[in-house]
Design a protein around this ligand. Structure first.
Ligand code: NAD
Length: 376
């Protein structure tokens, strides 16, 4: 198969879908890999490194004219028009972006959105949400530590004692767990909240304290279990109790890292304007949920501004929507391995293309085929 790797053109996107490591493996499997000149530069990968791995350097038209096009983000209109009918496109194509999927269907592409893979053990090695959320959790704490004008660890010095920073993590999925682990390494004191009580043990194993909220009705207990590992919207009664508990912690916090998401819905509001007002001057909120709603807006705090850092009521709010792009080299390395693993499902060793809809991962990720949007 001819595999194309275009340069990403979305604003602020620094990642690339194939690294020299994965290009070498694809070439060893008998594929030809063409990479758009400069595609890896923002992730510290030179054209020469791709050539050394056995890939050929081409232009945008050459990369999009391949039989299999590997992307980070969904192609734009102009890019989709460069695709050959029947081309396979693999990337983080945003399953909730109806217009983007229609564009790929109209181009005649067979498109796979890796974010739609089930959260199962077999899909773990191609789980782009996890590989990138892990990086977002880490980078959020790095930004918070950089922005916050005090130390994270407790320090006992000749000039006096400095208290450890208090960090509150809201939403303990992949990003939240990494945020806890990273803040802990820096010496912070951490408290965390999630709707799913099953994460309490994980929070504690990382040295954090779980913010307990009781589940008083059958409806609350049933919602807390979630679906497929993801959270479900919680009843208002539970959210009110959670908000009261979280408000007490946020008022004491130096840093809040919020990550709470519910697939296909707007991010829940967990930090209200009143809570921001209650925080000490100089506190920092990094809203990882910023821009993660299905329509690319929203966040866990209504004061968050997407892709901006603003100071409101004396609190710095960071609304970066693409934190993994700020760790471009490792984000690309992990993403490229996810993509490589997914390709094993559709490019069998014996050659050709195989779209086996009996395979739950292939079926869940397939978004378009034969001119139609086929998203489940
Ligand atoms: P996510 O990004 O969808 O959401 C982040 C977190 O926010 C979740 O933990 C969610 O429960 C929480 N949340 C939602 N509403 C909230 C609210 N009102 N208050 C507080 N927290 C709220 O989650 P994710 O990181 O994609 O992880 C989702 C699940 O998938 C987790 O259980 C994770 O362990 C699991 N997972 C499984 C696998 C696997 O088995 N292969 C791989 C990765 C993740």
């Amino acid at each position: 198969m001819l595999i194309g790797v275009p340069a990403e053109t979305a604003a602020g996107e620094t990642r690339v879908s194939v690294t020299p490591e994965t290009a070498k493996k694809l070439v060893a499997q008998g594929h030809a890999v063409v990479v758009q000149s400069g595609a890896g530069l923002a992730a510290s990968v030179t054209d020469a490194a791709y050539e050394a791995a056995g890939a050929q350097i081409t232009d945008a038209a050459g990369a999009f004219a391949a039989e299999v096009v590997l992307k980070v983000r969904a192609p734009s209109d102009a890019e989709a028009s460069l695709l050959k009918p029947g081309a396979v496109v693999v990337g983080m194509l945003n399953p909730f972006d109806a217009a983007g999927l229609q564009r790929l269907a109209t181009a005649g592409a067979t498109a796979f959105a890796l974010e739609a893979a089930p959260r199962t053990t077999r899909a773990q090695s191609m789980d782009v949400l996890s590989s990138q959320a892990n990086i977002a959790g880490y980078k959020a704490v790095m930004i918070a530590a950089d922005t916050y004008q005090r130390f994270f660890p407790m320090l006992m010095t000749a000039a006096g004692t400095v208290k450890a920073a208090r960090v509150v993590v809201l939403g303990v999925g992949v990003a939240g767990l990494q945020a806890i682990a990273t803040a802990k390494r820096l010496g912070a004191v951490i408290e965390a909240s999630d709707v799913r009580p099953s994460v309490k043990e994980q929070v504690e194993s990382l040295g954090g304290k779980f913010i307990e909220v009781s589940y008083d009705t059958d409806e609350e207990k049933e919602a807390a279990v979630g679906v497929g590992g993801y959270a479900k919207p919680m009843p208002a009664s539970w959210l009110a109790r959670q908000q009261a508990e979280v408000a007490k912690r946020v008022a004491q916090a130096d840093v809040v890292i919020s990550t709470a998401l519910i697939p296909g819905r707007a991010a829940p509001t967990l930090v209200t304007e009143a809570m921001v007002k209650s925080m000490k001057p100089g506190s920092v909120i990094v809203d990882i949920a910023a821009g993660k709603g299905p329509d690319g807006v929203g966040g866990n705090c209504p004061l968050t501004e997407t892709d901006r850092t603003v100071v409101k009521h004396g609190v710095t709010l960071v609304g970066e929507t693409n934190l993994p792009a700020q760790v471009a080299a490792d984000a690309s390395a992990l993403y490229a391995r996810n993509v490589l693993d997914f390709l094993k499902l559709i490019l069998p060793k014996e050659g050709g293309l195989k779209i086996d809809l009996e395979d739950d991962i292939v079926a869940a990720c397939r978004m378009t085929q034969d001119g139609q949007v086929t998203r489940k």
